[in-house]
Write a protein that binds this ligand. Structure first.
Ligand SMILES: N[C@H](CCC[C@H](N)C(=O)O)C(=O)O
Length: 286
């Protein structure tokens, strides 16, 4: 008979369930425990009926570059590893502080797409330097003849007008008259998997309320419609500014709550500020 603690010690992972405006995460400390999950294990863990349930899994690892505090890895519920997650970055900062892995107010992290700075504010919210948006077709990636603020995309014999850009992950943004009636679940998956987005994409449906306020719903690559998507909120504000329809500081209302996004123009970093919440701690039996 193996004592329970031996079994727990030998074949279970500690995790923390968190969310950023309802975009929810299972967060693993990959420093104090060895975390190597297969895509199948990630899908099982993310399943909302047979697993813990989440949109993405976040993994804290030691940094590879000397000027970073941590490596920040992100996995979608479909099991694929991706290079950016804005809501997850805010939760990452709160997680490492709460876990005693860092007592810094400003944390430098590295992801597959570059480095980001996370700043924990007095009011408990987190401000993230998301880096500069990338517009070149190769960087997104997006198949097009020439780069521009807006593209035409053929979907189901309709011609859609949209922006395409990278925040370290690929995004499409469409302007809609009303997010409530926007065809998110019909068009979202078709644009996500469109052949002109060879690595698929996240799809934002943006209603412009005024020059400093938008409403946004997002169909996320590898997760479906989520209550919030931080990197698409950044992409939508950048797209709106490039269309001449938005000012530099914008409040973004998503179904799960509000983010504040700022962008001073080409070559500048996008700044995102918003909350991050802990829900519960648990153990996942391997
Ligand atoms: N679905 C995204 C990753 C998560 C992004 C989102 N949760 C955010 O807050 O930025 C992708 O495949 O690029």
């Amino acid at each position: 008979m193996i004592a329970k603690t031996d079994q727990t010690a030998r074949s279970a992972l500690n995790f923390t369930k968190m969310h950023g405006l309802g975009n929810d995460f299972v967060v693993f400390d990959g420093i104090r425990q060895r975390v190597h999950l297969t895509p199948e294990q990630i899908r099982a863990l993310a399943d909302r009926h047979f697993g813990i349930g989440c949109d993405q899994i976040l993994l804290v690892e030691p940094p590879q570059s000397p000027d970073c505090d941590f490596r920040y890895r992100i996995f979608n519920a479909d099991g694929g590893e991706v290079a950016q997650c804005g809501n997850g970055a805010r939760c990452f900062a709160v997680f490492v502080r709460r876990a005693g892995l860092s007592d810094k107010d400003v944390i430098q992290v590295e992801t597959q797409s570059g480095q980001m700075q996370l700043r924990i504010l007095e009011n408990g919210e987190v401000s993230v330097n998301m880096g500069a948006p990338r517009f070149s077709p190769e960087a997104i990636p997006f198949k097009t003849q020439e780069e521009g603020p807006e593209y035409l995309l053929e979907v189901n014999h309709d011609t859609l007008r949209l922006a395409a850009l990278s925040m370290g992950n690929p995004h499409a943004v469409l302007r809609v008259p009303d997010v409530v009636t926007a065809p998110v679940t019909q068009l979202g998956p078709q644009i996500e998997k469109h052949p002109d987005f060879p690595q698929r994409c996240n799809v934002g449906f943006m209603e412009i309320c005024d020059r400093s306020h938008i409403r946004l719903r997002v169909w996320e690559r590898g997760a479906g419609e989520t209550l919030a998507c931080g990197s698409n909120a950044c992409a939508a504000v950048v797209a709106g500014i490039r269309w001449g329809a938005l000012d530099q500081a914008v409040a973004v209302d998503l179904p799960g709550g509000q983010l504040h996004i700022q962008w001073a123009g080409p070559g500048q970093a996008v700044m995102m500020t918003g909350p991050a919440q802990v829900v519960f701690d648990g153990t996942w039996p391997l």
